[in-house]
Design a binder for this molecule. Structure first.
Ligand code: RB5
Length: 148
């Protein structure tokens, strides 16, 4: 399974530990940057993660900025993306089980690397339950279609 990871300048060092851990777990990682510590704009990186997922280059995406919020908002502007911000594993679990999220975001300034790994483990190993949740997720995607 391939994971696309994109981040802004707040997470250049931080994401290295995350990438090493993802690889140890057996996930293939597509590092989309940034790898520069100069200030940069999180929408650029959110769009890159989102495109990698909708174009099928990756199964799931990870977005990291200072809070996780800005990059998640950018990801969610791309058709077909359901990105969530998580700071603990419970939400990460249900973001997959009930919401079928395809990108997870978190804040490098809020979530330590060990918590990030727990969040990612939950997100990347939990299947979508389907059933009534599929109907609700389809309703979300219908909203996207109505306002394109
Ligand atoms: C950068 O300072 C910060 O605004 C950004 O990383 C992110 O937290 C935005 O949502």
């Amino acid at each position: 399974m391939k994971i696309a990871l994109a981040n802004d300048h707040t997470a250049v060092e931080y994401k290295k530990e995350i990438i090493d851990w993802l690889k140890e777990q057996g996930w293939e990682v597509l590092d989309l940057g940034t790898n520069e510590t100069a200030s940069t704009d999180y929408p650029v990186w959110g769009e890159k993660a989102a495109l990698a997922v909708v174009n099928g280059e990756a199964d799931f995406g990870i977005g990291i900025c200072g809070t996780g919020l800005g990059i998640s908002l950018a990801c969610n502007k791309v058709r077909g993306i359901r990105a969530c911000v998580c700071s603990e594993p419970y939400t990460a679990h249900y973001s997959r089980a009930h919401n079928n999220c395809n990108i997870i975001c978190f804040g490098s300034r809020l979530v330590g690397p060990e918590m990030a790994k727990m969040i990612l483990k939950e997100f990347l190993t939990t299947p979508f339950e389907g059933g009534r949740h599929a109907r609700r997720v389809n309703m979300i995607m219908d909203i996207e279609e109505r306002y394109r």
